[in-house]
Design a protein around this ligand. Sequence first.
Ligand code: CP3
Length: 331
Amino acid sequence: MSTLRKIITEKNKNCKSIWFMRQAGRYLPEFRKIRSKNKDFIKLCLNSELSSTITLQPIERFKIDSAIIFSDILIVPYALGQKVNFIKNEGPYLSEINLNTFFNTSEDDFITKLQPVYSAISKTRKKLSKEKSLIGFVGAPWTLIFYMYNLKKEKKLNYLFQNLQKSRILEKLINFLCIHIKKQVEAGADVIQIFDSWASLIPEDKLAAFCYNPNYQLTRFCKEHKIPVICFPKGLRKNYLNFKNEVKPDCLSLDYTLDVSWAKENLNDTVLQGGMDPNYVLKSDTEMFNETKKYLDAFRDVPYIYNLGHGLLPKTDPLKLEKLIEFVKGY
Ligand code: CP3
């Protein structure tokens, strides 16, 4: 069994593991080389040969314990009929949602469109040693909706909260995210992470409907299929505690705004992951090591997976990351 699975399923405190969100990406020159020749990002995600190569790039370079499949959370809205474009320095932009297409996309169409992701997972699993996990992932429904309705541009949050609750959009997303999880696992993913990167935008009285409940349903699905599941409800602050109690994930990924002692005191009955601000990897060695110590010391006596409080930044120097990995492994 992989070290990551061992920590999560056995709550093994003596087992250490390290990987990074966004470890396969823009800070790596070998990724940028491939990317410069593949202008269409979604097409690149659906090129199973290249996706597998990119997934393995950080594994070949660093002493890390897990690979995360190179894909994107927005591959799901894509498979449900939206065009997904990435505008330089602006991020993702999705074509206007067509609810007919969205609701009429069948399970078979959806799986056919995403088949290259599953092939990439099988290819990668074959090349990865048994001690290493291959992490599959999905975006949580709310975070997908944030992009599906281009909420960054248009301030229609309130309208959406009013109307979505009554609609079947959440339900359809949850069903199809479960299919995507199941297919990733059948292809060889052995841990699932659920990214709720925009959970912080949900008002307090809507958290149950838009965050806890959808994450709970996806988590329950993983548990029913015996797949260890990590949840990342970014920006929930003290509501991380409610999230833990309501959703009951196998592992909770901490974001960089959480106070370390608060997290240790309030969340220590579950396996924890991450926490440090990715900006520290851009600072001096001393600053980076001191901050790292804070996390390693605080979580010394609980099952803890080393990671950061969000994804690696594009400006990260790979050599700096190597120093961080060596420090964590040697501490
Ligand atoms: O973690 C990994 O290395 C695996 C692959 C992965 C990507 N995106 C590749 C990617 C994963 C797990 C994601 C998750 C993802 N995608 C999230 C959740 C995590 C988080 O960061 O909060 C979100 C919100 C997205 C949506 C998304 N995709 C955005 C906002 C962007 C543009 C800016 C950015 O953050 O990179 C992307 C594009 C994207 N996804 C790139 C990569 C390597 C960059 C593509 C490029 O321009 O070269």
